[in-house]
Design a protein. Structure first.
Lengths: 706, 399
């Protein structure tokens, strides 16, 4: 058989009827109709039915066909035929034709499968064997079988298309793909680094990059102007269901650009990527400041597929008599609420009070939740009697409340508690009430993030990283209030409540950078130590630049609408950050650890014998475990000096002879006819007779280590 | 007489009857006899009693010999400091004595006691149950007033022992293939072997050679330019093997444990520090130096050893027997340092390095206080003892 003549199964059409074709692939499914054997033959392109008919195929071939089983790898030759009317299979693209086989070669047999690979039923209306859910760890353990399933193969192919789309588009925009190192220095980012011990520099470590942040900025200093990379990044974060310890991000950076350049570029790119999945994103992308996002959705990655926006009602209760609100407002708090329009039927008193107010809202961090149902023009609530008519009227107008609406409010002295709890309630309610439209995509740029966040000890820390440009440069690095009012020139791209990526315009002015470090409380020396090599680059005419990174696994998963990002990664780690296929991470031998100087990294533990390393006599005493008295030292020093002389002499006098260690012939010795047995001296305890200390049937020793 | 023995059995020890019937054989406390103290002269084995007979003790008893006690020995038999080897035979308290020969101890002890001393070929006697220090070189030497008795004793105890891994499966055979007429042997004299002797001993050695000629033997000069390297090899290889070999003295299975150790390491350091005397301790430190800091020097010594063994084999094939002085610097006082002890055994340790047999003839007619040492190729034990017997008879049977 000639593989060069091979035709793709999925490419066959009714136009091919009458053609003799050579096909190769796997047995996807199999039916034996009393001598007439039907097989779904699958290759990467798709599935076609092949038929072994005793009337047209040699008997030997039909006999061989009867032995076929799922996932045998086979090659066949046969004629493309139209299926008989009524036997068409709508489940497969080639469902109107079949191939009558005349030649068969079994290329490789398969053992029984740990799970079914087949996804396509052989007859109309039937259910496939592969429709049962398979435990994910089993799929990951046999990922190579899992990848044979057409849906998985499709994910990888479309991921490839999306990546191709990125490369082609960015290339057309003048971006250059550059690879940055994977073994690098630990960088000041949020998560933990994966560290790689250096064998040649004991006690020193490379870090795997959390992102190529510093390198891409150095590429801008290096004059590349427009750089991108589909970079593998690593973060040793705590386990979360939809996170991978290693992930792929589209990393890009450009010089002589501003935010608008990035917005336009990424909008165009994102639209193209989603188009690969048949999704038309609405344009232009919405923009929302961080403050607005927090004020109206309680999240810096708002899901805008539904309403349920926050309404601030703090001012309505400025003079309230309702003691709880009154106390909260006296402590500088705020009150915000949501109008859940037309949902009062689904949100009964019981649900609102016993589920939301008592259970759900407290689990989101709120101390309580106030609710009101609007029925017949009246508010219905357990606390409505505490509100004045003016307050109720204010609420009605502010929320635009109408019959059938439900209002919920959260009040707290802390602004962040209010928005955070209400934001989570917003999502919870939207999903519970089925308010999230399927197939809708709402991209939004979130902008103007705070540059700094307050720390517990009264200082500030960078919200993003210390190289993000501030919105103004006239700030006083010593004035905390001033610093906290600064906004950064950073931006996040959020789609449907998921952050696909983010970036910023960077600081390229040395003076501004110095002020930022001063604000962070980092002295000259400390910054040199932490970022020295990086800052040095900015002493040589750095161009203004900015960029962004997009999480590609997450983006592809959203485009393909898979339940997890693991579905779009060929060999992902599982939820426990482990690989069931290879067994990584795995233990290593003590020898490997020793070679990497990891048995006692950094010399933290004082090992027995460490103290004896420096003195030559102490060292010999230690390695041979023979103590000596002070008066014996001169004798042993003389011995050592003598031994040194002997050693020199021996090395001088030795020739090229093979060394001998005995004068009799060396032979492996067996004791024929003698079987292993316990020594009678051990059995009768006489072995212990001369022991200095015995415990039961054992020699007694000091503890191994102190 | 009691001073002579450190242990004497209360009853006769022979278990069989045979060629050694009635022969009183003294041992050293490094040779295991079930129930006998066996401390090998070291604190490291203080109080240790042997659980089983050594193979050679077992064979001696089985051949009718009476094991009459153990004599005082130096620590692990290393040197002769503190040893009273040879005295029992000299005083007639024993017909023969087995003395551990690490570098010539059995031969020098024989010389001091004016009796015959013989170190057999390496691999001829089982070492199972013998407590030693230098496994690739050590051997039980035999002292007696008559070479015939030595031969008889060895015939009864020599031979393969499946329980001793260091023994070759086949015993070394005399390269000559059969017995030689002792009267017609050619004796080789290594010019280098007596170079360092003082005038008096040189003259003594020449007189001894004259006596050999008078006994009808042909003397031929041969050369071994690297003879002085034997001491270098022995010092390095011996020390390394001793350091390994003494690793077992851990105060767990036997010996005495120093009090108050907080952990295992301290237990070793203190107990082993107290177990070994200065000479052995020096030797073990020297061995540790090569093992842990200059392993290359140990390998170099093993290369030189290969060269010396090969050279000695060629030399031994050129003549029937080689003659050497038994003692060179001849310091008979106590050796307190490694340098002293190696000087003392400079003329005998070659046989331990090569594993060849060596017989020391005691002073007698024609042979002065330095004695005479005869050696042959490994396996040539019989001809040495036959020659010894021939010379002994020529003297009228007086040791």
């Amino acid at each position: 058989m000639q593989f060069s003549q091979r035709v793709d199964c999925g490419q066959l059409t009714p136009q091919d009827v009458g053609r003799i074709v050579f096909l190769a692939g796997w047995v996807d499914a199999y039916r034996d109709h009393g001598g007439l054997v039907f097989v779904h033959l699958r290759d990467r392109s798709g599935i076609v039915q092949i038929v072994f008919n005793p009337a047209t195929a040699p008997e030997a071939i039909c006999r061989q066909a009867a032995g076929l089983r799922a996932e045998y790898c086979v090659a066949v030759r046969g004629e493309v035929c139209q299926r008989l009317a009524g036997t068409e299979n709508p489940h497969i693209e080639t469902g109107t034709i079949e191939v009558m086989v005349t030649e068969l070669t079994v290329l490789a047999e398969s053992e029984p499968l740990p799970f079914s690979v087949s996804e396509k039923a052989m007859v109309a209306g039937a259910v496939t064997a592969g429709s049962d859910p398979v435990a994910e760890d089993l799929r990951l353990q046999y990922r190579y079988l899992d990848l044979r399933r057409p849906s998985m193969r499709d994910h990888l192919v479309r991921r490839h298309r999306i990546f191709q789309c990125v490369r082609q588009f960015l290339d057309a925009q003048g971006f250059v793909e550059v690879e940055t190192p994977v073994l690098t220095m630990s960088t000041p980012e949020g998560a933990r680094d994966y560290l790689v011990p250096s064998r040649v520099h004991p006690g020193h470590f490379y870090a795997l990059p959390q992102s190529p942040q510093l390198f891409k900025q150095l590429l801008m200093v290096g004059g590349l102007e427009r750089y991108f990379q589909l970079a593998r990044c690593f973060r040793d974060e705590d386990l979360r269901p939809n996170r991978q310890p290693e992930f792929t991000q589209l990393d890009l950076e450009a010089s002589f650009v501003d935010e608008e350049f990035i917005y336009a570029l990424i909008e165009e790119l994102t639209v193209r990527m989603f188009a690969v999945g048949g999704i038309a994103l609405p344009r232009p992308f919405a923009r929302m400041t961080w403050t607005e996002a927090m004020e109206t959705t309680g999240s810096d990655r708002p899901d805008l597929r539904f309403g349920l926006r926050f309404v601030d009602v703090t001012d309505l209760f400025a003079d309230t008599d309702y003691s709880i609100f009154k106390q909260i407002l006296q402590r500088g708090g705020c009150i915000k609420g949501i109008n859940i329009q037309g949902q009062s039927e689904k949100l009964s008193k019981n649900v609102l009070q016993n589920e939301y107010a008592k259970e759900i809202a407290p689990s989101f961090g709120a101390k309580g939740m106030t609710w009101m149902r609007v029925e017949n023009g009246r508010f219905e609530s357990n606390i409505v009697q505490y509100f004045s008519p003016a307050e109720l009227d204010g609420l009605r107008q502010r929320f635009g409340a109408a019959d059938g609406d439900v209002l919920i409010m959260v009040a707290d002295p802390s602004y962040s508690v209010v928005v955070s709890a209400l934001g989570q309630l917003r999502l919870h309610l939207a999903h519970r009430l089925d308010l999230v439209p399927a197939d809708r995509f709402c991209p939004v740029w979130i902008t103007e993030f705070p540059l700094f966040e307050p720390t517990e000890d009264g200082g500030v820390t960078s919200s993003h990283h210390p190289f993000t440009a501030p919105d103004r440069t006239d700030f006083d690095p010593a004035n905390i209030e001033d610093l906290l009012s600064l906004r950064s020139r950073s931006y996040d791209l959020v789609v449907n409540g998921e952050e696909l990526g983010g970036g910023s315009i960077r600081i390229s002015d040395r003076e501004v950078q110095r002020k930022i470090f001063a604000a962070l409380g980092l002295g000259e020396e400390e910054t040199r130590e932490k970022f020295g090599f990086f800052l040095r680059a900015f002493d040589f005419g750095a161009p203004p630049h900015g960029g962004l990174a997009l999480g590609m696994d997450r983006t592809v998963s959203m485009i393909l609408q898979t339940p997890s990002i693991r579905e779009v990664i060929a060999f992902p780690k599982n939820r426990s950050a482990a690989c069931p296929l290879t067994g990584a991470p795995s233990a290593v031998t003590r020898e490997q650890l020793a070679e990497l100087a990891l048995l006692n990294p950094g010399g933290r533990d004082v090992l027995p014998g460490d103290a004896q390393k420096d003195d030559p006599i102490d060292r010999l005493s230690w390695v041979s475990r023979i103590g000596f008295a002070a008066h014996e030292r001169p004798m042993l020093e003389a011995v050592r000096a003598g031994a040194e002389t002997l050693a020199q002499l021996a090395v001088q006098q030795a020739g090229a002879e093979d060394p001998i260690y005995t004068v009799v012939p060396v032979a492996n010795r067996l004791r024929p006819g003698i079987e292993a047995r316990q020594s009678p001296l051990a059995e009768n305890g006489r072995l212990l007779e001369s022991a200095p200390a015995v415990k039961g049937d054992y020699f007694k020793v000091a503890t191994i280590l102190e | 007489m009691e001073e002579l023995f450190v242990h004497r059995p209360g009853e006769a020890t022979a278990t069989g009857d045979g060629p050694l019937h009635g022969m009183k054989v003294a041992l050293q406390p490094n040779c295991s006899v079930a129930g006998w103290p066996a401390d090998a002269g070291s604190n490291a084995l203080a109080g240790f009693k042997a659980l089983e007979d050594a193979t050679i003790a077992h064979r001696l008893r089985g051949a009718g010999a009476d094991l009459c006690g153990t004599t005082r020995m130096s620590e692990f038999g290393f040197g002769l400091d503190g040893s009273r080897a040879g005295e029992a035979v000299r005083q007639g308290a024993a017909d023969a004595e087995l003395v551990l020969d690490l570098m010539g101890e059995s031969r020098l002890a024989a010389l001091r006691a004016s009796v015959f001393g013989f170190k057999p070929s390496y691999g001829r006697l089982s070492r199972l149950g013998i407590i030693g220090l230098i496994p690739s070189m050590e051997c039980s030497g035999v002292l007696a007033t008559d070479p015939e008795m030595i031969a008889k004793l060895l015939d009864a105890v020599a031979g393969p022992d499946g329980m001793d891994f260091s023994m070759p499966a086949q015993p070394a055979v005399d390269p000559a293939g059969g017995p030689l007429d002792p009267a017609g042997l050619t004796i080789g004299v290594m010019t280098e072997a007596g170079q360092d002797l003082d005038d008096y001993r040189q003259a003594e050695f020449r007189r001894a050679l004259t006596a050999l000629t008078e006994a009808g033997l042909a003397i031929r000069e041969v050369s071994f330019p690297e003879f002085s390297l034997f001491s270098l090899v022995h010092q390095i290889v011996g020390a390394v093997e001793a350091s390994s070999c003494a690793g077992r003295y851990d105060s767990v299975r036997y010996g005495q444990r120093a009090a108050g150790a907080k952990n295992w390491n301290e237990m070793y350091l203190r107990s082993r520090g107290a177990a070994f005397g200065p000479l052995v301790k020096s030797y073990l430190f020297q061995g540790a130096y090569f093992q842990f800091e200059q392993y290359g020097a140990f390998e170099a010594a093993c290369r030189i050893r290969a060269r010396l063994v090969a050279r000695m084999e060629r030399l031994a094939a050129e003549v029937d027997v080689l003659a050497l002085p038994a003692i060179d610097l001849g310091e008979s006082g106590s050796a307190t340092s490694l340098a002293d002890i190696y000087a003392q055994f400079g003329a005998t340790l070659f046989a331990n390095v090569t594993g060849q047999p060596a017989l020391v003839l005691p002073p007698g007619p024609g042979i002065g206080v330095s004695g005479l040492q005869l050696t042959a190729a490994r396996g040539g034990d019989a001809r040495l003892l036959a020659l010894g017997r021939h010379l002994f008879n020529g003297r009228g049977g007086k040791a």
